[in-house]
Design a protein around this ligand. Structure first.
Ligand code: BGC
Length: 436
């Protein structure tokens, strides 16, 4: 394994999401989903990783890990626990956290929707309801008015494709609908419209406050789809999946074009609605045939040829080249700055994470040398956390959390990542220490 230098302008840090780490919130739809027994082993979002009580300690750990940037989400149900009622306690909680991050010199990127919503919003039909756009915009307005002085970078929606697929096709996220393609596309339209509105709104509010450094984007999950054979039907399936899972969101959120609407294709002016494109990348997926019309008769799964050494704890293939294929495709089409907003591995024994980080940072470095404008890398995740339906089993953290005591321990791979950030390089010494 070779040492290498990282481009000095690439900022490095980690990412989390509120529901997955905070704990203690009874107003979110994921708390109600937990009560309904929908999380593995009857676990609950009420636990989280106790971040809500450990903000100071967690920021100290971020410093110890030399984090330059931090992607976090603001839980809508903490800010607006009941429709139209904004909570001073919720606002104070985030103001305190954001202030402390800024004082620590860690630049926040705030996600405004990361899979969770207030329960009252869920009961109104979530993003299937056309009213959702206005309701979300009101929440975002409040957030930017309250925190706009501390936060210049915003990610409106996290992974609209995964969110809608798991909510309306796979039935894993609340309200757990299966194969409801109509709801998938309806909610997709409302999410895209919400993003377009918020893009302008965030810029306007901050501009009025005198700030000119606002960056707004969204976090797009890019799954690298491969086909099991040269069968033309599979290639057609890949095209359709790529269209419904990737393309409609990229075109919609970036260009303001609704590809699946016959009328009103550009609901607002033609333009560009992202200052950066966030890309979340994890794995390669193999497409094979199935009998399900809701997924265009295709099934997405694991290539059976992949050896165990290349699998993570959730049996996803570790495939660093897929990051390059995905970023190249998107960058060459849209030519906007790229933030890698998530990339990580569930690895309880911490045997594969250091190499995973090495391989993916190497891909990024090569891409930057090839003139692709990648500016941020957020490792998923800072801490072990609630992996949605899979509960607390999968361990994604650079920092291990003991779920009996909530004690934190930095994993060896976390120290490796800290060393990379300190040197802006993977040194020979670090390779010998952490990768042998
Ligand atoms: C999500 C995270 C999740 C991670 C690992 C992404 O799809 O944004 O919330 O924990 O992947 O599954």
């Amino acid at each position: 394994m070779k040492e290498f230098k990282l481009p000095p302008n690439l900022l490095l840090g980690s990412a989390t999401a509120a529901t997955q780490i905070e704990g203690g919130d009874t107003n979110s739809n994921w708390y109600h989903w937990s009560l309904a027994g929908k999380i593995a082993n009857n676990e609950s979002s009420i636990t989280g990783s106790d971040h809500v009580n450990q903000v100071d300690g967690d920021i100290k750990l971020m410093k110890e890990l030399n984090q330059e940037i931090y992607r976090m989400s603001i839980e809508w149900s903490r800010i607006e626990p009941q429709k139209g009622y904004f909570s001073a306690v919720g606002i104070e909680y985030y103001r305190d956290e954001l202030t402390k991050l800024c004082q620590a010199g860690i630049k926040p990127l705030v996600t405004l929707h990361h899979f969770s919503s207030p329960q009252w919003f869920q009961e109104m039909g979530g993003f299937v309801n056309p009213e959702s756009i206005n309701l979300f915009v009101k929440f975002v307005t409040k957030v930017v008015i309250e925190f706009g002085d501390l936060v210049s970078e915003y990610c409106t929606i996290n992974e609209p494709n995964v969110f809608l697929n798991d909510t309306y096709i796979d039935g894993k996220y609340p309200p757990g609908e299966k194969n409801n393609t109509i709801h998938y596309f309806k909610a997709a339209k409302h999410l895209i419209l919400s993003h377009l509105e918020c893009y302008e709104l965030i810029h306007n509010i901050r501009r009025q406050k005198g700030y000119n450094n606002t960056m707004v984007g969204f976090a797009h999950h890019e799954a690298y789809f491969d086909v099991a054979s040269k069968n033309p039907i599979l290639k057609l399936n890949r095209f359709l999946l790529d269209f419904s899972f990737h393309k409609i969101f990229l075109k919609g959120m970036i260009k303001g074009k609704i590809l699946f609407s016959l009328f009103n294709r550009y609901p607002k002016r033609k333009g560009v609605y992202c200052d950066f494109i966030g890309i979340n990348y994890y794995s390669r997926h193999l497409i094979s045939l199935s009998s399900n019309p809701a997924t265009f008769f295709s099934k997405v799964g694991l290539d059976p040829q992949v050896p165990a050494a290349k699998l993570n704890d959730l049996k996803w293939e570790i495939f660093p080249k897929g990051l390059t294929y995905s970023v190249q495709k998107i960058y060459h089409k849209y030519r906007l700055p790229i933030y890698i907003t998530e990339n990580g591995i569930p690895d309880q024994n911490d045997q594969k994470r250091a190499k995973f980080i090495y391989d993916h940072l190497r891909e990024i470095t090569t891409m930057i040398h090839d003139n692709i404008d990648i500016r941020r890398y957020y490792h998923w995740s800072l801490l072990d956390n609630l992996e949605w339906n899979d509960g607390y089993g999968p361990k994604f953290g650079l920092i291990e959390v003991n779920y009996q005591t909530f004690e934190r321990t930095i994993r060896e791979s976390g120290h490796f990542y800290a060393d990379i950030i300190a040197h802006k390089a993977v040194t020979k010494e670090a390779i010998t220490k952490y990768l042998k």
